[in-house]
Design a protein around this ligand. Structure first.
Ligand code: NG1
Ligand code: MG
Length: 522
C-alpha cells in the first residue's frame, strides 16, 4: 500500500467503467475552461476523492484503526506552473473554481517563507493554502532553505458535497498538497508523506481532525475498503468485501442537516477530542502507578486513549513479569470494564474534579488540555466518551475479522450468507446506537433515516463522518436497494423542501473508488 501516488494514463485507471462517460465530459470541461481562463493548456490534474466511513467512528483521533473507503466524488485541480521571477521574494497563486459564483477566483502573492492563513475567516481557498503550506514545508526540508516555489495557475472542480460528511475538505487539501509537489517538479510523491502532511495541514484551518479522511483519500484502491491504523505509525491496507448471497451494497444518504465544525466545534467535534484526551489522562492517573506519564503521540492534543491502553498493559506485564497473551480484543474488553468501574459519574466531570485527580491546578489543566482550541463545557463526559471509543475500536476489529473470513466457503449453508450479512449489519447498528446514546453525535434526522432503512430491508444503518447531521451509510442487499430508496423518498425526503440538485444528490449507491492520482495532460 505504501509507495508513490500513481500517475494515471487514462481516466479508466481512476473511474469504474459505469462512471467513465460522465467523468470524461467533466474533465474535458475542466481542461477547456482552464485554457479559456489562463490562455494556455493545463499541464496536469491532481485528484483526490471523498470518502465514506464504513466503521470506526470518532476513534481516529484516539489513534484506533478505522475502515473507510473512497467514493467516486472527488476534488480535481487542473494546474500549470512556471517560474515567474519576482523581485520581492514572493510567488503567485491564481486560483479559480468551476463553481465561480459560489467560490470566487483569487490571486495571491505569497512570500517564499510564509503562507499566511486566516483560519477565523471561512474562505474556500484556505484549504488550498493549507495544502500549499504543508507541501512547501516538506519541499524545503528536502531541498534546503534556498528552495524557491513556482507560481501556479489552478482551476478546481469539486463534486464532494461540502459539509455533507463525505470529507470534501480532506479531498481538497490532499489534492492541493499533491498539486504543489508535482508543480514543483517532484517526480514522485510518497503516499504516506502526502497523507501525513495533509493531516497536519488540515489542522491549520482550525479542525483538530484525526487522520482517517486524508488516509482514505490518498491510499484507497478501486474495489476495496481500507483498513487504516495510526499507531505506532500510519499504515493502510486494502480489505476486500467477500462475495455474499445476496450481494451487498452500500447506500449513502444525505440528511441535509448541515453541521459546520467551524461554528459548532466548541460544543461538538473539538469538545469530543478534548474529552477523549481528558479521559486518557484521568484513567492514567487512577489506574497506573503514581507519576506515570502517558507517551506523547500523534493525537491532536498529544495524548490519547490508545496511549493509555498501551501504557496500562505494558505496565501490567512489567509488574507481573509475565508476557501477556491477551489479544487486542481482550484488552479492549478489559478496558471497557475498567472504564465503567473507574469513571462512574454519568453527569460528567468538572474542570476542578479533573484537575484534582491529575494533581494540577485548573489553570494548568486549561493550559495543557482544555484551551489549546476553543471548547465550551461545564462538565466533560469522560465515562461515555471512553466507553464509546473502546467499544467502537473493538467493533472495527470484529468487522474486519468477519470480512476476512469467506462466508461462502466457511458457511454452513453455502446457498445463502444471510446470517453472515446480518452479523455485519448488526455491528453497524451497534455503532449507530453508541454514536447516538453514548457519544451523542447523531441527530434525529439521521436516526430517522436509519430506522426507515432498516424497516425496508437494510442489514445495518448508521451515521458516517463526524455526525450531528451530514451523511448516513447503509448496508443493503442488492435486491432491497429500490425498496430502501422508495421508503426514504416517501417517509423522509418528501417532507423536506429540496432543490432538484439536492434531490439528485440525496442518495448514492457507492462502490469503493480509487485514491489520489496525478494525471499528466501533456
Ligand atoms: P468529517 O465527517 O469529514 O468531518 C471528521 C474528521 C475525521 C473523523 C470523523 C469522525 C475532519 C477533517 N475529519 O470527519 O478525522 O474524526 O469526523 O469519525 O475533521
Ligand atoms: Mg471535513
Amino acid at each position: 500500500m505504501a509507495g508513490p501516488v500513481p500517475v494515471a494514463r487514462s481516466l479508466g485507471d481512476i473511474y469504474t467503467p459505469d462512471a467513465l462517460p460522465a467523468q470524461t465530459k467533466r474533465w474535458n470541461n475542466l481542461l477547456a475552461k482552464f485554457e479559456s481562463i489562463y490562455g494556455h493548456e493545463a499541464e496536469f490534474v491532481s485528484r483526490s476523492p471523498g470518502r465514506v466511513n464504513i466503521i470506526g467512528e470518532h476513534i481516529d483521533y484516539s489513534l484506533y484503526s478505522v475502515l473507510p473507503m473512497a467514493i467516486t466524488a472527488d476534488a480535481l485541480l487542473a494546474v500549470s506552473a512556471d517560474f515567474t521571477p519576482t523581485k520581492d521574494g514572493t510567488f503567485k497563486i491564481k486560483i479559480a473554481n468551476m463553481q465561480a459564483e459560489k467560490f470566487p477566483s483569487h490571486e495571491f502573492d505569497i512570500a517564499y517563507d510564509a503562507v499566511e492563513i486566516d483560519a477565523t475567516v471561512h474562505e474556500w481557498t484556505n484549504y488550498f493554502k493549507s495544502g500549499l503550506r504543508g507541501a512547501l514545508e516538506l519541499l524545503r526540508k528536502k531541498h534546503g532553505e534556498g528552495f524557491r516555489p513556482k507560481s501556479m495557475n489552478i482551476l478546481m472542480d469539486g463534486t464532494v458535497p461540502a459539509g455533507g460528511g463525505l470529507s470534501s475538505s480532506a479531498a481538497f487539501v490532499s489534492a492541493s498538497a499533491l498539486a504543489v509537489m508535482v508543480a514543483n517538479g517532484e517526480p514522485t510523491v510518497d503516499k504516506k508523506e502526502l497523507t501525513e502532511l495533509a493531516i497536519v495541514s488540515e489542522r491549520a484551518v482550525g479542525v483538530n481532525s484525526g487522520g482517517m479522511d486524508q488516509s482514505a483519500s490518498v491510499f484507497s484502491e478501486r474495489g476495496s475498503a481500507l483498513f487504516v491504523s495510526f499507531a505506532p505509525t500510519l499504515k493502510a491496507r486494502p480489505v476486500h468485501f467477500p462475495k455474499t448471497r445476496p450481494e451487498l451494497t452500500f447506500l449513502i444518504a444525505q440528511s441535509f442537516v448541515t453541521s459546520d465544525k467551524f461554528v459548532t466545534g466548541p460544543i461538538h467535534y473539538n469538545l469530543r477530542v478534548v474529552e477523549c484526551s481528558l479521559a486518557a489522562a484521568y484513567l492514567n492517573a487512577v489506574l497506573n502507578p503514581p507519576g506515570t506519564q502517558l507517551p506523547s503521540d500523534a493525537a491532536p492534543l498529544g495524548i490519547s486513549l490508545h496511549g493509555f491502553h498501551e501504557t496500562y498493559f505494558a505496565l501490567q506485564e512489567h509488574s507481573t513479569g509475565a508476557t501477556s497473551s491477551k489479544s487486542v480484543s481482550d484488552q479492549l474488553t478489559e478496558l471497557i470494564y475498567l472504564t465503567s468501574k473507574t469513571l462512574t459519574k454519568l453527569e460528567g466531570y468538572t474542570r476542578e474534579e479533573i484537575a484534582s485527580v491529575l494533581n494540577m491546578t485548573v489553570s494548568e489543566l486549561d493550559a495543557t488540555l482544555t484551551s489549546r482550541f476553543p471548547v465550551r463545557a461545564e462538565r466533560f463526559k469522560l465515562r461515555q466518551r471512553a466507553l464509546h471509543v473502546y467499544s467502537e475500536a473493538l467493533r472495527v476489529l470484529q468487522f474486519l475479522a468477519l470480512l476476512e473470513t469467506d462466508p461462502i466457503t466457511t458457511g454452513t449453508n453455502p446457498e445463502s450468507t444471510e446470517a453472515y450479512n446480518v452479523r455485519l449489519g448488526a455491528l453497524l447498528n451497534e455503532t449507530q446506537a453508541s454514536c447516538r446514546d453514548v457519544y451523542e453525535c447523531s441527530c434525529p434526522e439521521i436516526d430517522t433515516l436509519c430506522t426507515i432503512a432498516r424497516k425496508a430491508g437494510a442489514y445495518g444503518s448508521r451515521l458516517t463522518g463526524a455526525g450531528w447531521g451530514g451523511c448516513s451509510v447503509h448496508l443493503v442487499p442488492a435486491d432491497k436497494v429500490a425498496a430502501v430508496r422508495e421508503a426514504w423518498e416517501r417517509e423522509y425526503y418528501s417532507t423536506l423542501t429540496l432543490s432538484e440538485e439536492q434531490k439528485e444528490a440525496a442518495v448514492v449507491v457507492s462502490r469503493p473508488g480509487s485514491g489520489s492520482a496525478v494525471f499528466l495532460v501533456k
